[in-house]
Write a protein that binds this ligand. Structure first.
Ligand code: ZN
Length: 62
């Protein structure tokens, strides 16, 4: 299982307790993208491969 805690990704979202999860990176990003668009007001087109590549370092494997 992969997880990516919103809180771990930067000071701007430090108060957010959301953790995106997925069995694969693709699933994780499906979950995570929905969250950041809905809750943090980002645009779907901002979730670029570069964006995902950057935040990959915060993904936890369990
Ligand atoms: Zn969040």
């Amino acid at each position: 299982m992969l997880s990516l805690a919103c809180r771990d990704t930067g000071a701007k979202v430090i108060e957010c307790d959301y953790v995106a999860r997925g069995m694969t990176e693709e699933e994780l990003w499906k979950d995570g993208t929905e969250h950041i668009v809905k809750v943090h007001g980002m645009k779907i087109e901002d979730i670029t491969p570069q964006f995902k590549h950057y935040y990959k370092q915060y993904i936890k494997h369990s």
